[in-house]
Design a protein around this ligand. Structure first.
Ligand code: OGA
Ligand code: NI
Length: 356
């Protein structure tokens, strides 16, 4: 490809249809995107628009709660990455300020007697539900209904990815059976129009860790993908009902770096509140990631040895935490200060990682 181009909008419907020509065109387009920067948008999927609207409404209802209520389910209270993450608590990009977003981490409901909980598998435990959110039962029900709908879509996207590699649609079943995936409700408050672009990030430049990410954005823009050859940032325009799909580091590794996990960021310059819901599909924690079929030429070696999903994603976390250590030393702060910072000036980061 020549000139930098923003992620294309692909109609996913042929995957479900009988038109084999349309299907193979979809597969070709997805393959091109994977080689280019690993980003594309899809419409024509099976997640109902009405469910998307209801889940966005849940997200707004949650973030509308008073801070004390949200902090009741602070994600720092548990070790399995569920619950609320305070504004300005993450910092992914060196040289930028604490990030202007708050989040709620949600996953499959894993009770404390579940083997994944007992064996401390990746992000596995009970969800931390807000107790005072408006229409609490509907909130939980809609959230999980949406989670499962996107989980199914992620499996379908992996089916297409398998086909881009010339293997059966079912190739990734051992990866998707018992898979761990994490969803985040995200809220980016309106940044002042004149905020210094160098310093303020909704999310700093990063790549995602897992296999694939499926992102639902509301109508407010802000997501940008780096065009590595030119250094240009390309806007990923919100398209009503569409998912932004991108490959994560785990998939890039399995594809022997032939497919890309690309750098992206969010700067909310719209002057409006922005809401988005990324869904990070990691995979079955025990699945052994090895070089995928048709990802190397004859005689070309696999660049990476086998590693489980659990070890790969855990290692990414550790690396990201390591990077954050210097910041932490520079800016030690108490939790009280962090809380105060949520409504005032920037404070110390407690860095976490993306793509659970
Ligand atoms: C992420 C991410 C983009 C967005 O959470 O990893 O890149 O638009 N989010 O919220
Ligand atoms: Ni991301």
């Amino acid at each position: 490809m020549s000139a930098p181009s923003a992620p294309p909008i692909l109609d996913f419907a042929p995957f479900y249809g009988a038109d084999s020509e349309a299907k193979s065109q979809l597969i070709d387009e997805v393959r091109n995107c994977c080689h280019y920067n690993g980003f594309f948008q899809i419409t024509g999927h099976r997640v109902p628009l009405d469910l998307q609207r209801r889940v966005m409404d849940c997200s707004r209802r949650f973030f509308d709660l008073p801070l004390e209520e949200k902090l009741q389910i602070d994600k720092n209270h548990n070790s399995f990455n569920r619950g609320y993450e305070l504004l300005r608590s993450q910092m992914l990009e060196v040289g930028t300020g604490p990030e202007l977003k708050e989040g709620l981490y949600i996953g499959e409901e894993i009770p404390e007697d579940h083997p994944y909980y007992l064996e401390k598998k990746l992000n596995s435990g009970p969800n931390q539900w807000p107790q005072t959110v408006l229409d609490k039962d509907e909130f939980q029900k809609t959230t999980m209904e949406y989670y499962h709908a996107v989980f199914e879509l992620a499996k379908d996207v992996l089916g297409v990815l398998a086909q881009t590699l010339g293997v059966e649609t079912s190739f990734f079943e051992p990866l998707t059976d018992g898979a761990v995936a994490t969803m985040r409700y995200l809220h980016y408050p309106a940044q002042p129009q004149d905020t210094d672009e160098k310093l303020n990030r909704g999310i700093g430049a990063h790549t995602d860790f897992g296999c694939i990410t499926l992102l639902l954005q509301d109508e407010v823009d802000g997501l940008q993908v780096l065009d590595a050859p030119t250094g240009q940032w390309l806007d990923v325009k919100p398209v009503p009902g569409a998912y932004v799909v991108n490959l994560g580091n785990l998939f890039m590794r399995m594809a022997n770096d032939k497919y890309k996990s690309n750098t992206h960021r969010v700067i909310n310059k719209s002057g409006r509140e922005r809401y988005s819901i990324p869904f990070f599909f990691s995979g079955n924690p025990d699945y052994v990631c090895e070089c995928l079929p048709n990802c190397r030429d004859e005689g070309e070696a696999a660049k990476y040895g086998p590693i489980t999903v659990q070890d790969m994603v855990t290692a990414s976390y550790k690396e990201s935490y390591g990077r954050a250590e210097s910041y932490k030393k520079e800016m030690e702060s108490t939790k009280q200060e962090r809380i105060a910072a949520a409504s005032a000036a920037p404070a110390a980061p407690a860095v976490a990682a993306i793509g659970a």
